[in-house]
Structures are given as structure tokens and as C-alpha cells.
Design a protein around this ligand. Structure first.
Ligand SMILES: [Zn+2]
Length: 410
């Protein structure tokens, strides 16, 4: 009996050999100028976090043009459309439409030869262009597929967006109706993101009565509380596997060298692929802050009566980011599919751990991967961002075959 890997490889070979799939590949090759034109057009529409509306409208128009059905914009601003199939469980192919660039960023989007330049042209111009290209190729070649394929341009992947677009989709019924998710993010064909790097971010704020450094000496000092808390928190052991990290990235507080500060704050970042490890570190942070408060209060109480001041310390921990963690089981179906697709295409790809829209389904125990939209890119999150169209076809064929294998063909 052939093993599962062999069977999967044969299935990919069978799908790739179908005349409709060959014709879709020819479409992808011939239409590169159209794909690049979409990419330039969308990158010219600003899409800052929480300001994705105009780009979403542009995408909705493209979805209509491509003949997607049930085209709609949901309450979060995600744009959805589908090619219907059998049953009510879907394959989702998604690309985030937001960028990291704030409103007003000069978008000097331009093309020189095979290269496209400008903020967001690759992250996620490459992903959205791949989303459109794959939908257009399926439509142009009229490929029959079993499960419905849901195309999504989602909001809120970057920074303070905190994955809100995908969270909305997976809280509003997507958890049950989406069987597999393929997330298209950035350029390239050489990675498979199968591990969702989670993060929790906090602003820790300590407040006190403040005062004059000389005449109010003895009053509790919020900066000293933070120093004590950091000292305690930094002792927390972290595991190497699953890899877990922490960082105190920003510290603020005080008004002048001769004032006891009225407040001090710090920003803390905790990351892991394990939800459990992130929870453990969050608990350690809370404990370290409580101890820092207690120690500073005790230090104040120990001062001589003439130095003693009412304590009046308070603290809070405000969450400023929360991305869930998760990873695929090594024998996950979606991993078998992408590995067989890569073998078929002679493409060498590595499993990566990253924070993408795939975090949401992965944290819910659903099968999901994130792939690049082909070609090459660099300078992500800078004004010097670029994308090179050379080699895009391989990436698009990879996404197409993966999507079709997940949906079932014939
Ligand atoms: Zn991205």
C-alpha cells in the first residue's frame, strides 16, 4: 500500500496535469503585466491601520470584476467573495490589505523594469496581487473544484490592528465554516509559516504623589518601583523550546532631576509559540510589579518619622497587544499538501515561525499556513520597500496548486 506522502504526491501531480490547471498556469505567465498593474494600483491607495476603507472598496470592485460571488464587506471592513462549491465548509485564501504606514505617508509608488518600489508594495501588495491573480486564473481557466473557495482581503494585520480582521472572521462563524486557511503575506516562495508566534504586550504604569526631591524626600518613587519590578521580572526563567522571549522596550517617567516623579511607565513585550509560556510570563510580570510596589512601600515605611510620607502608590498593567500563539501538528493535512506541492514544483521551502493572520486559526486549533506571493521583496515597513516580479510565477503556481489540492479538484 502506498504511504500517505506518496498518495498526496500523486494527487498533486494529477491536479497539476489537468488541462484547466495548465491553462491557469499559462494565464498566470501571460498576465504578469496585469498582476503588476493591480499591485501598483492598490499600493497607491493609502491603507493605514484603521483606515483601510478606500483600499477595501478598490478590492471589492476587483472581486466583482473577477466574477466572485456573494461579494461583501463585513462589519470590520474585511472584503469577502467566493467561488461556490459543494457543501458549506470553505477553503479561505486571504491577504491583509492594511499597511504599517500612517495616514499622510508619501506614497511614491513606481515601477522600474521588473521592480516595483514604494511603501507597502510588497507587504502586502504582493499578497493582495497574488490573491487576485489566483482568483483570476481559476476563473479564466474555469477550474472545477469541490469545496467553495473564499477569498478575503482582511483589515488589521499590522501593529495596533492586532489581527482584528481575522479575529472578526473567526469569531463570526469562520471558526466552524473555514476548514483550511492559506494566508498570503509578502513576497517569496521559500517559506511556509506553520508556527504562529504569539505576543502579549503591556504598558505598566506606576503613579505616586510626587514631590520635591529635597523637601518631600521619603515619598515613594514610581521609577524605583519600576526598577524593582524590572529587576524581579528579568530573573524569570524562559524556555528555549518552545522559544519564549521577553523585552522591556520603552521606559518613561519623571519631569526633572530634582522632582520625585508622579508617574513612570514601561512597555513590555512577551513572545512565544506557546500560549502557556506567555501566560506564565504575564503572571511573572504581575508578580514582579506587586513585589516592586511592596518593596517600595516597605522602604518608605522604614524611613525615620520626619522623612515618612503617606504612600499613595498605585499601579496598573494595560494590555496594548495580544496575538495568540499556536502551531500545526507535524502530520497536519495542510502541511502534507504544501510539502507535496513544493516537491512537485522542485521548490525548496523552510518552515518558519512568524506572527501573521494565520495566528488566529492556528490558535483555535484550525489548520492554516502563511505563504509569500512569489517574486522577491525587501525593505518591508520602510519607505524604501521594493518588490521584484521575477520568479513570481512560481509563487503563484504554488498558491494555486495548494488551494486546489485543499479544495479538491475533479
Ligand atoms: Zn504583512
Amino acid at each position: 500500500m502506498p504511504d500517505a506522502t506518496e498518495t498526496m504526491q500523486e494527487e498533486i501531480t494529477r491536479i497539476a496535469a489537468r488541462p484547466e490547471v495548465r491553462s491557469a498556469n499559462a494565464w498566470l505567465r501571460a498576465q504578469e503585466p496585469q498582476i503588476a498593474a493591480w499591485q501598483l494600483e492598490l499600493a497607491r491607495i493609502a491603507a493605514p491601520p484603521f483606515g483601510e476603507g478606500p483600499r477595501g472598496e478598490w478590492l471589492r470592485d476587483r472581486f466583482f470584476e473577477l466574477g466572485l460571488q456573494d461579494v461583501r464587506t463585513d462589519d470590520a471592513g474585511n472584503v469577502l467573495g467566493q467561488f461556490p462549491g459543494v457543501g458549506d465548509r470553505h477553503i479561505a485564501v486571504s491577504a491583509h490589505i492594511d499597511t504599517v504606514f500612517p495616514a499622510g505617508t508619501p506614497l511614491n509608488i513606481r515601477q522600474q523594469g521588473s521592480r516595483l518600489y514604494g511603501p507597502g508594495v510588497s507587504d502586502n501588495g504582493a499578497g493582495v496581487a497574488a490573491l487576485l491573480a489566483v482568483a483570476a486564473a481559476i476563473r479564466a481557466a474555469n477550474i472545477p473544484h469541490s469545496l467553495p473557495i473564499l477569498f478575503i482581503g482582511n483589515v488589521g494585520e499590522e501593529g495596533e490592528g492586532d489581527l482584528r480582521g481575522m479575529r472578526h472572521i473567526f469569531s463570526a462563524g469562520g471558526k466552524d465554516s473555514i476548514l483550511y486557511s492559506v494566508v498570503l503575506d509578502g513576497a517569496g516562495s521559500d517559506t511556509i509559516v506553520a508556527e504562529a508566534l504569539g505576543s502579549r504586550r503591556f504598558e505598566v504604569i506606576v503613579r505616586g504623589p510626587g514631590g520635591h526631591s529635597w523637601s518631600d524626600f521619603g515619598a515613594p518613587n514610581p521609577i524605583l518601583v519600576l526598577a524593582r519590578a524590572i529587576q524581579g521580572f528579568a530573573q524569570t526563567p524562559v524556555s528555549a523550546a518552545p522559544k519564549t522571549t521577553f523585552n522591556v522596550g520603552v521606559i518613561r517617567g519623571g519631569t526633572s532631576v530634582n522632582s520625585i516623579p508622579e508617574s513612570a511607565s514601561m512597555r513590555v513585550d512577551i513572545r512565544s509559540t506557546s500560549m502557556g509560556e506567555m501566560e506564565r510570563l504575564e503572571a511573572a510580570l504581575r508578580l514582579a510589579l506587586d513585589r516592586g510596589m511592596e518593596e517600595e512601600t516597605r522602604a518608605v515605611e522604614k524611613r525615620t518619622p520626619t522623612q515618612r510620607r503617606p504612600c499613595g502608590l498605585s499601579s496598573e498593567i494595560v494590555p496594548i497587544g495580544n496575538r495568540p500563539a499556536g502551531e500545526l501538528a507535524p502530520n497536519a493535512h495542510i502541511l502534507q499538501v504544501i510539502r507535496a506541492v513544493d516537491a512537485h514544483l522542485g521548490n525548496a521551502a523552510q518552515i518558519h515561525r512568524a506572527s501573521t493572520d494565520a495566528n488566529v486559526p492556528l490558535s483555535l486549533g484550525r489548520e492554516a499556513i502563511a505563504l509569500g506571493g512569489g517574486g522577491a521583496g525587501g525593505g518591508a515597513h520602510t519607505l524604501q520597500e521594493w518588490f521584484d516580479c521575477i520568479g513570481r510565477e512560481l509563487g503563484l503556481r504554488r498558491v494555486l496548486l495548494t488551494t486546489l489540492a485543499l479544495a479538491g479538484v475533479g
